[in-house]
Design a protein around this ligand. Structure first.
Ligand code: PHE
Length: 340
């Protein structure tokens, strides 16, 4: 009996000293396993006198149960510890302020394009688009610029083949539109255009235009002036004025360069307008009758006007950007200035 007591104490001691689940299991095997020390006592029972065996067996079984209970309790305590430790480690304080997410912003070119679109949509125009890779037919021929015409030199063109090129002007979209739609026509054509120009502060081989076209009965230069005046005031404020200077484009007659009163000095003369008080921002004119006819519109019945705005120029003036390259380099120091 003393031996049982001693063994039980030793086993309980081992259980209380076990550091983890593995240690507990080792203690269980050591005392309660098939070859365990307590199990061995039961095995040895055969050597006892028959009348002592029941009491001995009962004592060993009681010790066994006590030990099993102790092991189960220790295991449960370990699990509880483990759970508490995990809960603590994984605790989330939902009252903490969230880290501020970095917000993107529209690129200034996108903002300007949308603004200009909104101005013309408000005047009843719709947006028309066409392909960047264009046929010579739409970019030049239908626009009164046949092969060999000297005006082709005005726009240094990237050709793929004799008949296929990267469009040099979104006027190509207007030609497409006129061959598939009948007047009244009132469209704006935003998009990328391409010219073989060297990159510098005011040139890029890829840039953006927004061209406009109106064709209907009795359209005159006064309508053109009115539309562009409304555009200038909507974009730069009510004090903005426009002026027309005679110019030449093969697809319009008469043609004009259109200036807007300087947005920086208001017309007094400054560095941006080179002292003139005016900024050159777009080309315009009355659609040449040859263009209407080539696109299948009766030039004796209809007249129209067209204009072409360089969007980079508008953006640079609006935001005071002095070098066009900034618009394409995606330098975060530049772009983040247009954030929220
Ligand atoms: N397409 C001309 C250009 O890119 C601009 C323009 C458009 C001029 C419409 C007159 C009328 O230079």
């Amino acid at each position: 009996m003393d031996e049982i007591k001693e063994l039980l104490d030793k086993a309980l001691q081992a259980v209380s000293e076990a550091k983890d689940g593995e240690g507990l299991e080792a203690a269980r095997v050591r005392f309660l396993g098939k070859k365990g020390e307590l199990t061995a006592l039961l095995r040895g029972m055969g050597q006892l006198p028959a009348q002592e065996r029941p009491a001995f067996g009962a004592r060993v079984n009681a010790a066994r149960e006590e030990l099993e209970r102790a092991i189960a309790q220790a295991k449960e305590a370990r699990r509880a510890d483990e759970r508490a430790r995990k809960l603590k480690a994984e605790a989330i304080d939902v009252t903490w302020p969230a880290p501020a997410a970095a917000m993107g912003a529209l690129h200034p070119m996108e903002t300007i394009q949308r603004q200009v679109e909104q101005i013309f949509l408000g005047m009843g125009y719709t947006v028309a688009e066409g392909p960047d890779v264009e046929l010579d037919k739409y970019n030049f021929e239908l626009l009164n610029v046949p092969a060999g015409h000297p005006a082709r030199d005005m726009q240094d063109t990237f050709y793929f083949t004799d008949s296929m090129l990267l469009r040099t002007q979104t006027s190509a979209v207007q030609a497409r539109y006129m061959t598939t739609h009948r007047p009244p026509i009132r469209i704006i054509c935003p998009g990328r255009v391409y010219r073989a120009d060297e990159v510098d502060a005011s040139h890029s081989p890829v840039f953006h235009q927004m061209e406009g076209l109106v064709v209907d009965h009795g359209i005159t230069m006064a309508h053109l002036r009115g539309a562009l005046d409304a555009f200038a005031k909507a974009l730069y404020g009510d004090s903005a004025r426009i002026r027309f200077r005679p110019s030449y484009f093969p697809f319009t007659e008469p043609s004009a360069e259109v200036d807007i009163s300087c947005t920086i000095c208001g017309g007094k003369g400054c560095r941006t307008c080179k002292g003139s008080g005016w900024l050159e921002v777009l080309g315009a004119g009355m659609v040449h009758p040859n263009v209407l006819s080539a696109c299948g519109i009766d030039a004796t019945e209809y007249t129209g006007f067209a204009f072409g705005i360089g969007l980079e120029r508008i953006a640079m003036l609006k935001y005071g950007i002095s070098d066009m390259r900034l618009l394409y380099e995606n330098d975060m120091r530049f772009l983040t200035q247009f954030g929220r």
